[in-house]
Design a protein around this ligand. Structure first.
Ligand SMILES: C[S@@+](CC[C@H](N)C(=O)[O-])C[C@H]1O[C@@H](n2cnc3c(N)ncnc32)[C@H](O)[C@@H]1O
Length: 304
């Protein structure tokens, strides 16, 4: 995959030489090219911004350097190569999700345009939207000073999905939000050796060697954590994506199916306390669900 980043702070992208993305570059899985936008300015001060039409505070990035930079980057594609997707980081864009990361990971070429100041003159986005797939993307409901950190976020999320980048290709399939069985779910807690640390053990089931039961426990934990931290995600779970054990886990957490089959908090559901942890009631309900399910699991052992 080829990635181009046009920025006024090329040094901000140096972390792309480190860790997973750095290794992917070294192995040739990723071809990352970082360009200094000021190389396409023609005045002594390398000006990239100007005052906004209509007045108001802040500055706006001028269209001319962006136009020249993007034209040159686009023209540098290999003969016959498909046009890139132009990814424009902006707080006013569509949310960056795992689903979008998966989609972008399937593209051969991405060009990122991280801005500064109040953003880029709108005409630049309109101009390229006429000939490219342009995605305006936000990494969250907050405003950063520039788009470079969002580019680092997006590149890392996309790169780890590329074949040959993660040691274990299957590992991202069980991640929070992974399209498929983890869509709209958060991954539960994870543990490693030693089996006891500062008087704290690990859940017995993880030592059982019973793959079905472990898979079920992990999924129950995923429901408990999602209900506790991001209940709105659970409400988005497609009814057909929930098996009978999933429904039992949700019922044990005090959730109920609506007439449309979507699950919602019932009167007995623990209120979301915003503390980032599932509350006591949900904890107890999940534990109860764990033990309630033992019988059924031992019978079918599927953990499905
Ligand atoms: C100070 S921000 C501009 C904010 C803009 N005035 C607004 O209110 O939407 C400058 C640049 O940082 C980047 N940026 C800031 N927050 C972002 C976010 N949440 N997601 C993606 N990019 C962001 C964008 O490139 C943006 O153009």
């Amino acid at each position: 995959m080829r990635l181009d980043v046009v920025t006024i702070f090329p040094e901000y992208l140096e972390p792309l030489d480190v860790s997973l993305v750095g290794k992917a570059r070294a192995r040739g899985v990723l071809d990352v090219r970082v360009h200094d936008l000021r190389a396409w300015t023609h005045d002594r001060h390398h000006t990239v911004d100007d005052t906004p039409y209509g007045g108001g505070p802040g500055m706006v990035m001028k269209p001319e350097p962006w136009g020249e930079a993007l034209d040159e980057v686009l023209a540098s594609g290999e003969p016959g190569q498909d046009s890139p997707v132009l990814v424009v980081p902006t707080p006013s864009g569509q949310p960056f999700t795992q689903e979008l990361a998966v989609e972008l990971a399937g593209k051969p070429w991405l060009v990122f345009t991280p801005a500064r100041y109040e953003g880029i003159d709108r005409r630049v986005i309109e101009e390229y939207a006429e000939r490219l797939d342009v995605r305006e993307v936000s990494i969250g409901d907050y405003v950063l000073a520039g788009g470079e950190a969002p580019v680092l976020v997006m590149v890392e999320a996309v790169a780890r999905l590329l074949p040959g980048v993660l040691g274990n290709a299957a590992s991202h399939q069980d991640d929070s939000f992974a399209p498929g069985t983890m869509a709209n779910l958060l991954e539960g807690p994870v543990y490693t050796k030693p089996p006891e640390w500062r008087g704290r053990g690990i859940p017995e089931v993880l030592l059982s060697g019973h793959h079905g039961r472990i898979a079920r426990w992990r999924r129950d934990q995923a429901f408990a954590r999602t209900v506790g931290n991001r209940p709105e995600l659970v409400e988005r779970c497609a009814p057909e994506a929930l098996d009978k054990h999933d429904r039992a886990a949700l019922a044990a957490l005090g959730w109920e199916p609506g007439t449309d089959g979507r699950w919602r908090p019932g009167p007995g559901a623990a209120p979301h306390d915003g503390a980032g942890q599932r509350g006591g009631v949900a904890e107890e309900a999940a534990e109860q669900a764990d033990s309630d399910r033992q019988h059924g699991l031992e019978q079918d052992g599927s953990g499905a």
